[in-house]
Design a protein around this ligand. Structure first.
Ligand SMILES: [Zn+2]
Length: 303
């Protein structure tokens, strides 16, 4: 069976595995990143892991940070700064006897999105937007079963469509982005604005528990956040007729509470009746390496 190997570099662990073209997982492993041992050591161990997994012909690599795809270079990563500026495709390729152009480097959120579309909550749908609800709102766009990157690599960043032009300033410089309204950080802020306790990181979870148990102002708030989220997602519906959304990240656990609002927000800003599918991500921390392996499969097949 032809194997496709994916690696997913995070600050604490490198997750990896091998999968066949049909998506059956052949092997799955991980190793501690241990960046303090130096960049060369991490790359040596990651290459050994890929070899043990039976890498042949191509390798997919996801990494938390900004990447330059053409040269396979990590430009900048907050969690993996020791690897900043390293030509990962060339370095891993050299260790594995692969050409650098057959080592496909991609941002970790994008490979995780691809993994969810291929084998997780989005399977069976060719067009999927994976929305990560955490401290910010991220997005990974899959069109026609392939990761859509765009010319400068920022496609799918749904967190920065403007939902409330009279709202607050976003980290990106714009005003009233979806991210300022529907991230976990935004949920905590909006809770405090109406006198609900949400000062510590775990408080959003508590807010959701309260909403489920007692309804009341917590439930109303999550309905409103959901509606703002739906208004943002409506851009994707109108632009590419997207109908399947997968939600990842910690705040996605609130999808049951957000869903009525999301549907109302989408309906309000789109025309024509559609069946919209809203799902929670299923693959957890395996999504990244699975998507990276998928990238190796699809890019190699395209050659
Ligand atoms: Zn923004």
């Amino acid at each position: 069976v032809r194997r496709f190997v994916g690696l997913d570099f995070g600050g604490t662990a490198v997750k990896a595995g091998a999968v066949d073209a049909e998506g059956s997982v052949q092997d799955e492993r991980s190793m501690p990143t241990e960046l303090e041992r130096g960049a060369a050591d991490v790359l040596d161990r990651a290459a050994r892991l890929a070899r043990e997994l039976g890498v042949e012909g191509a390798l997919g690599v996801g990494i938390a940070g900004l990447v330059q795809r053409a040269t396979g270079t990590l430009i900048e990563s907050p969690n993996l700064s020791e690897l900043n500026g390293v030509r990962l495709s060339a370095e891993l390729g050299r260790r594995l006897g692969l050409r650098a152009e057959h080592v496909y480097l991609e941002n970790d959120a994008n490979v995780a999105a691809l993994g969810e579309q291929w084998l997780g909550a989005g399977r069976g749908h060719d067009d999927v937007l994976v929305v990560t609800l955490g401290t910010g709102v991220g997005g990974g766009l899959i069109l026609g079963g392939e990761l859509f990157i765009g010319g400068s690599g920022f496609a799918g960043e749904i967190g920065h469509v403007v939902v409330d032009p009279s709202g607050i300033r976003c980290g990106c410089g714009s005003i009233g982005c979806l991210e300022t309204l529907a991230s976990a950080t935004a949920a905590a802020r909006r809770a405090r604005e109406r006198g609900l306790p949400a000062d510590r990181p775990g408080d959003v979870e508590h807010l959701c528990d309260r909403a489920r148990e007692t309804g009341g102002p917590e439930r109303e708030l999550l309905l409103e956040i959901g509606r703002d989220l739906g208004r943002g997602l409506a851009y994707a519906v109108v632009l590419v007729d997207l109908s399947c959304f997968v939600f990842a990240g910690g705040f996605a656990r609130a999808l049951d509470l957000l869903e009525p609002g999301i549907r109302a927000g989408i309906e309000e800003r789109t025309f024509g009746a559609r069946k919209i599918v809203l799902q929670r991500a299923e693959l957890g921390t395996s999504a990244g390496w699975l998507g990276a392996a998928r990238l190796a499969l699809e890019r190699r097949a395209a050659r």
